[in-house]
Write a protein that binds this ligand. Structure first.
Ligand SMILES: Cc1ncc(COP(=O)(O)O)c(C=O)c1O
Length: 546
């Protein structure tokens, strides 16, 4: 008779425990939509398309007629400038676009969708360049622009550095050519140097940062025999499904927990759950914890925020390291972006925290595509001595391609040279000072723009509520500053920017902001706030949805 009661009690305890674990997981999510991947995907699916036309484009924030007229005149002036200055570049890009899906995507998502088509048709900057030199790139019309794109972070030391590593690397392996399978002997130096730099035992080579992350997670799951990976809210780790559980991935990532960063509750989840194989950290998030990488296509108001607090982030990483060690969770530093940029030894050196696995990519290829995993020997092993059929497979045709190994070889050789070592001296102080200089100039001119910086990685923030901040990217381009398709969301400087180069950036930046201010785009009145802007957009969305 007692048995059913006992069973019931056990079941109730079990359910209660599960419920408690579920609850603490929910509490460890960041309250924003970014922190709730499934919800974000559902909400994204509900967003209807609508757009502004000639009649509504210039006063979508209810600006008075005289302001709208100033905007219209400024826009016409820019249109004329773009039409003449970028004629060839824009025409050739337009020819290319119908057959190049990537270009269609980036062109469409430079600005909020409501404005996108109108702007694309009238301000086509083009996406073709044919030369680089120093800190500049040259388009098909011969225009030189100062490059603030950093080639997605690949360009750490300046384009001429990579031209050199590419040429020398190609020369080194010319006799071998594209032989795959056996390795060119230059790989040995790469392995040795990467072991030293990472402070870890072994290395594996892959073809992109995304693949390196895939392999790091797979190894963690294989060795821990646990299922789930933890990533932090907003952090980018490439486009593989498991690390991109929210918008952008058509299916849910069922074995991913997205937790709040810099959060005690998240640490509690790590300290109690038994299914967590690894934690992925993208050190770049220190600039904007719990927020996605800023892109102007999401710049619907002026609420973009960023602030780098090195001490706070270091303290967080130390606590994370401690809980991962205690719980046997693999701590992965994803240094695909931060590696070699913050310090020669990457974020591990910069924050003084040792990870179990580290991924590198981007610049490490010396100008060619690459992904690298470094790790402790016990974690890197892909088979079990006592279970020969239980392997962790990770082989790709182009892993350790001789040309990539050779350019990486040149990269690592030059990294150890005194000239490159000199670039890291006072790096943060230099770039903090430069950011302060620019901010001071903007402030003195009464312009509603400030930059936030983490060493050479910057983002532009806007201090006056506005729906039109994304227009700034077009004024910056008109002043000869090249931005990537995410616009003012991320500016990436290479370490070879000299004082004169930077002074020019300041002059152009301030001139662009002044022109945008003069053209009335930053108009607002007492009633305008980020909240009123968002409410207005919500109204528009609902009106178009229903
Ligand atoms: C931190 C981080 N991880 C992974 C990736 C993906 O690398 P890739 O674009 O080479 O696949 C990126 C790319 O931006 C990144 O910044």
């Amino acid at each position: 008779m007692l048995a059913p009661y006992a069973l019931g009690a056990v079941a109730a305890t079990f359910t209660l425990q599960k419920l408690r674990a579920r609850l603490s997981l929910s509490r460890a999510k960041h309250p924003s939509l970014t922190g709730h991947s499934r919800m974000a995907r559902r909400v994204a699916a509900l967003v209807p398309f609508y757009e502004y036309d000639e009649a509504t484009f210039f006063d979508s924030d209810d600006a008075p007629a005289d302001v709208a007229a100033r905007r219209r005149a400024g826009f016409a002036r820019l249109t004329e400038l773009y039409r003449t200055r970028f004629a060839e570049t824009a025409a050739r890009s337009a020819e290319l676009e119908p057959g190049l899906s990537d270009l269609q995507f980036t062109s469409a998502y430079r600005v909020p969708f409501q404005y996108s088509r109108f702007v694309r048709q009238r301000l086509p900057a083009g996406s073709l360049v044919e030369a680089s030199s120093g800190v500049r790139v040259t388009d098909l019309d011969g225009n030189q622009a100062i490059d603030l794109t950093g080639s997605y972070g690949v360009n750490v030391f300046g384009y001429d550095f990579y031209k050199d590593t590419l040429a020398r690397g190609a020369e080194r392996v010319r006799d071998l050519g594209p032989v795959l399978g056996p390795y060119h002997p230059c790989i040995a130096h790469n392995v040795q140097r990467l072991r030293e730099i990472s402070g870890l035992d072994e290395v594996s080579f892959h073809m992109s940062g995304t693949e390196a992350v895939m392999q790091a997670v797979r190894l963690s799951r294989y060795h821990s025999k646990r299922t789930h990976l933890v990533r932090f809210c907003g952090a980018y780790h490439g486009w593989w499904g498991d690390v991109q559980p929210g918008v952008g991935n058509p299916v849910p990532a069922r074995e991913t927990y997205t937790l709040s960063e810099l959060s005690d509750v998240a640490l509690k989840v790590l300290a109690t759950r038994k299914d967590i194989a690894c934690v992925l950290v993208n050190p770049l998030q220190a600039l904007h914890p719990n927020l996605g990488a800023a892109s102007d296509s999401a710049l619907v108001d002026s609420s973009r925020k960023a602030h780098f607090d090195r001490a706070a982030y270091t303290a967080w990483l130390v606590r994370l390291r401690e809980v991962c060690t205690r719980r046997g969770i693999v701590l992965i530093f994803d240094e695909v972006f931060s590696g070699f940029r913050l310090a020669p030894g990457g974020a591990q050196q910069y924050f003084g925290v040792q990870a179990d696995l580290v991924t590198y990519g981007k610049t490490l290829g010396g100008g060619l595509p690459v992904g690298v995993v470094c790790g402790r020997a016990a974690l890197m092993k892909r088979f079990r001595d006592d279970s020969p059929a239980d392997i962790c497979f990770a082989r790709g045709t182009f892993n350790s391609h001789p040309y990539v190994m050779a350019t990486m070889h040149e990269f690592l050789l030059r990294l150890a040279s005194p000239e490159i070592a000199a670039l890291y001296v006072d790096l943060d102080q230099t770039w903090e000072r430069r950011a302060d200089t620019l901010n001071q100039r903007l402030h003195e001119a009464g312009l509603p723009v400030q930059v936030a910086s983490m060493s050479t990685i910057w983002t532009v923030c806007y201090t006056r509520p506005s729906r039109y901040n994304w227009m700034f990217q077009y004024y910056l381009r008109a002043e000869g500053l090249a931005l990537s398709w995410t616009g003012t969301g991320r500016l990436i400087f290479s370490l070879n920017f000299g004082e004169q180069d930077f002074r020019e950036v300041v002059e152009r930046f301030v001139r662009a902001a002044q022109a945008m201010e003069d053209d009335g785009w930053w108009w607002s009145n007492e009633e305008t706030s980020n909240k009123t802007i968002r409410r207005r957009i919500l109204k528009e969305l609902l009106a178009h949805r229903f």
